[in-house]
Write a protein that binds this ligand. Structure first.
Ligand code: SF4
Length: 694
């Protein structure tokens, strides 16, 4: 799919895959992309790239791409290609009919972490202003919503604390539930470089990830903890820090709420939180836990990096707060080389959250019940807004099955494949009277849609993405929109047809509105981004050129707040019928549900998902590498090819979720984080049996 030729022009833009946010020079001959060259001045990548960003752009011109709006009365009818006007009128009429019959709250929508800030902003605005409710949620619900909750509760804002460069100054890296060399390759390489230079690493992961196996890196500790025991692990480390006198008392006294700290100190000091008491639960030795705690507390600059292995648990939010507690207790926050750093999965998951995609928050993480904020938006938008939170994604599905939620706008997300318990999601989607899908492809979700609006690839978009280090990067159009209209214009027209007129002459104008209404974006404009290359929010009077490191002199909330983090085991348990725990992850060449990478030359490197099983568990079941195995959980069953491997410990199996046929989410459960409903993808009790299927 890569065209060869001599480029005649180039455009600087941003990779549309992971949350590292690498800058690229898109080199073109006319309207044909010739190559993507990593840009040496890119703030996040400094000229580096990975196999996805550099080579996997062919999906933008893939034959599967849909370029025409389409409608159909019933999901069993064939699609009918129509004009944009007809598709938008059709969608608006259906949405209005649903509201007339079933009430204001019977429709809503989901924003996409793959789209630009500007595109996300207009969708949430349409839902709040034109639909008249707060039924807006984002795909961050199923990945980093606990990060948003946990960091806001402890530090006061829902974002990572450092820039990527900061890792160059770390002496100790505590890496939990993340596999950066596969999932965030350019940052993973940077971390590896620092480790080769002598920094120490503590990896907390059930699986032996590359950073544990690399011969060039001596992992100081690999805590091969049992899936679902993260909070117990953190409490054990905290117990050692508190009881062995390793607390940074000066930092805590100056920077944190005293009463909350004392409550936390007393809690973690309890004997039940000691390494000796928790080692068996965690699946490691008390000595390893004690050594890890001492190293983190006394090894110099200690930085925590984490991924979905932290958030996608029933205690995801508790775990995020537990990590923040540890950083505050040891004073590892507010300078280079330290901090609490979520490795964000999608290119714009930070941005989609910043833009007000949650049902309880307006842009800038301000609660819809806050009268001052709501009035600010009401005045600017010229419409009355609701002060009560709307539905989260799982509530939308439940309400659809109940019949009270009947219309949905889905922006660039394949919820039928990516959300847990596929059968439940499919039943919810099938129950809707109007599902509008805005996407590049007729994905699994579109099978349930009544209206299809063709989306634009990142090579056609004008706007911004915000990466994991809060860096706002420009996304510049390298080519004209192939289907003839920007995504934000389609949304504006739908909003107008619904009765709330919206129009912007450009994406820059949308950013100006975001800046006007969002204090952390107050100084952001396309002109300033073009001048500076990129900006890390907050960008305001205090930080006119942005802030690479947050919470330097004070926390955003004033004083840091310790939270008591009681370990509560997940209700998903093994038994004799389901004796193994399934956990999931990603692989370097593929990306999420694979909608893009499967349509590029990268598909040759990972043509199917496989399930890793420990040699002992495989032998017990007569399974060999290459066998097809049936994987059954309490929710459903699927078939995968087996790979016998000691990368997983005995009792744990692991698979990826890049291919729809393997349907990993057919078997994942409905369990979710207590605070945010982020699904517990990482713990599913399963049984494996050899399948008769060839
Ligand atoms: Fe794209 Fe992430 Fe690879 Fe960078 S590391 S090129 S952002 S996929």
């Amino acid at each position: 799919q890569v065209e060869h030729g001599i480029p005649t022009r180039e455009v600087i833009t941003t990779c549309a895959y992971c949350g590292v946010g690498c800058s690229f020079k898109a080199e073109l001959q006319g309207e044909t992309i010739v190559r993507m060259t990593p840009w040496k001045n890119g703030g996040a990548n400094e000229g580096h790239s990975c196999v996805k960003g550099r080579f996997a752009f062919g999906y933008a011109t893939h034959q599967d791409r849909q370029l025409s709006p389409m409608i159909r009365d019933k999901i069993t009818d064939p699609w009918r290609k129509v004009s944009f006007d007809e598709a938008i009128e059709f969608a608006a009429r259906r949405f209005k009919d649903i509201q007339a019959k079933h009430g204001r709250d019977s429709i809503g929508g989901i924003t996409s972490s793959r789209c630009t800030n500007e595109e996300v902003y207009v969708v949430q605005k349409m839902i709040r202003a034109a639909f008249g409710n707060n039924n807006v949620d984002t795909c961050a619900r199923v990945c980093h919503s606990p990060t948003g909750y946990g960091l806001k509760m402890t530090f006061g804002t829902s974002a990572g604390t450092q820039d990527f460069k900061s890792v160059d100054k770390a002496d100790v890296i505590l890496l939990i539930g993340a596999n950066p060399t596969d999932a965030h390759p350019v940052f993973g390489s940077r971390m590896k470089k620092r480790l080769r230079a002598g920094a120490k690493i503590i990896v907390a992961d059930p699986r032996r990830i590359d950073l544990v196996r690399s011969p060039h890196i001596k992992a100081a500790h690999h805590v091969q903890l049992r899936p679902g025991t993260n909070v117990a692990f953190m409490n054990a480390l905290a117990h050692v820090i508190v009881t062995e006198g390793l607390v940074n008392e000066t930092f805590v006294a100056e920077r944190c709420e005293a009463a909350d700290f004392e409550r936390w100190r007393a809690f973690v000091a309890e004997e039940r939180n000691s390494p000796e008491a928790l080692a068996e639960t965690i699946g490691t030795s008390a000595e390893i836990l004690r050594e890890a705690a001492r190293l983190y507390a006394t090894g110099g600059n200690s930085a925590i990096y984490y991924g979905l292995g932290v958030t996608e648990h029933s205690q995801g939010s508790t775990m995020v707060m537990a990590m923040a507690n540890l950083a505050m207790a040891t004073g590892n926050i507010g300078r280079d080389g330290v901090g609490v750093n979520p490795l964000r999965g999608q290119n714009n998951v930070q941005g989609s959250c910043d833009m007000g995609s949650f049902p309880h928050e307006l842009p800038g993480y301000r609660h819809v019940a806050d009268d001052v904020t709501r009035h600010l938006f009401e005045e600017d938008w010229g419409v009355k807004l609701l002060g009560e939170p709307g539905l989260r994604i799982p509530n939308m599905f439940a309400a659809a099955i109940d019949g009270t939620y009947r219309g949905m706008f889905v922006q660039g997300e394949d919820i039928a494949q990516s959300d847990p318990n596929t059968a439940h999601v499919q039943a919810a989607l099938a129950a809707l009277d109007c599902l509008v899908v805005q996407d590049l492809f007729l994905n699994e979700t579109a099978a349930y849609a009544h209206v299809f609006l063709p989306g634009t690839s990142f090579l056609e978009k004008d706007g911004t993405f915000t990466n994991a280090e809060r860096r706002i990067n420009r996304v510049r159009p390298a080519m004209k929109e192939k289907q003839g209209m920007s995504e934000h214009e389609m949304v504006c027209r739908l909003s107008t047809a619904m009765g709330y007129p919206m129009h912007y002459d450009s994406a820059a104008e949308i950013m100006d509105e975001i800046a006007r209404l969002t204090p952390s974006f107050a100084g952001v404009s396309f002109a300033k981004l073009d001048e500076m290359g990129s900006l890390q929010w907050p960008v305001n009077a205090e930080y006119p050129d942005g802030a690479p490191i947050m919470h330097m002199d004070r926390f955003v909330r004033g004083h840091g707040r310790f939270m008591v983090t009681e370990y509560v085991p997940t209700t998903e348990r093994t038994n004799r019928y389901y004796p193994l725990i399934l956990t999931t992850g990603r692989i370097l060449s593929q990306y999420n549900v694979g909608a893009q990478t499967r349509r590029t030359e990268n598909s040759q490197w990972h043509p199917e998902d496989v399930i890793e099983i420990h040699p002992h568990d495989a032998e017990e079941r007569g399974i060999e590498t290459g066998d097809m195995v049936s994987v059954g959980s309490r929710i459903g069953a699927t078939t995968l090819r087996a790979r016998v491997s000691d990368r997983v410990p005995q009792g744990v199996v692991h698979t990826t979720f890049h291919h729809p046929l393997s349907g990993a989410n057919v078997i994942t459960t409905d369990n979710s984080d207590w605070a945010t409903n982020c699904p517990e993808y990482k713990v599913t009790a399963v049984q494996l049996t050899r399948s008769n299927q060839p």
